[in-house]
Design a protein around this ligand. Sequence first.
Ligand code: PAP
Length: 291
Amino acid sequence: MADDRNAFISALPTQPGWVSRSLKQYQGFWHEEGFIPGILSLQEKFRCKPDHLVLTSYPKSGTTWLKALLFSITNRSRYRATDAAANGNPLEWCNPHSCVPRLEVYTGSNGDDPNPDPVLVNTHLAYSLLPKSMIHSKCKIVHVAREPKDVLVSSWHFAVKLRSKDLPPLTFSEAFDMFCNGVSDFGPYWDHVMEYWNTHLKFSHKILILSYEDLMRRPVYNVKKLADFIGHPFTDVEECGVVEDIVSLCSFEKLSNLEVNKIGTRSWANGSVIKNEIFFRKAQIGDWKNY
Ligand code: PAP
């Protein structure tokens, strides 16, 4: 069985990777080779429930931010955004990626039963690669998308920091060509975004699309929109302060300055340990102009 799977993976089309040696093309999208077994087991064995809430994104499009916001919105009766660490708001002492499991990473170490406990989960998989149970269940999907040129710049910085030391450095120019040719992790970018966009046009009750840029410009409006979409709207009383408190707790300024995100570490899919600060860089609209 494992031999068949390995043979299947090694026969997939291959291109040089950004972080590790090779990307493999599976069902039309490129993935780091080490993620493919997890993706296969997710597709086969994930059991989606109607109350699952799935955050989807192309990498570097605002996942960390949305994880913090969705965690805060869905848990607001348990934890107030103004609770200090001592009073137990997990975002004060946990990186948002520890609060919301990423399915293809969880699956990498729980391949036999890729079903984490929390109902709030995320994935970078393209829509057409999602487990069938996710597509057919009544679960809601929130997708965040970002200006691709900023995604490219952010992805390149991330790859440079994580790139295997056995490989030659990845120049920006090489990354640019790879991205434009669709050869990037979970890419092609446009196919990824358009699948979610087109499905949202057909099933707007199932998929909400947010833009990173609009969230930056109108955070309060978008946090209310998120809460309405997931069926957990803010009450009139909550609208006086609670929404702003959540926006402020999940802001780049606040999260990036928390001790856990400045000096904390986490294990990464390939078994290495990475710093949480890698998820916080500049958070600017239009940084691509500097490149
Ligand atoms: P991931 O796909 O690895 O989870 P993701 O969180 O989607 O990464 O993207 C990281 C980007 O979001 C970084 O952008 P930059 O490289 O252009 O700076 C990061 O700085 C930005 N980011 C992280 N947290 C926030 C936040 N709370 N608000 C706004 N942007 C954020």
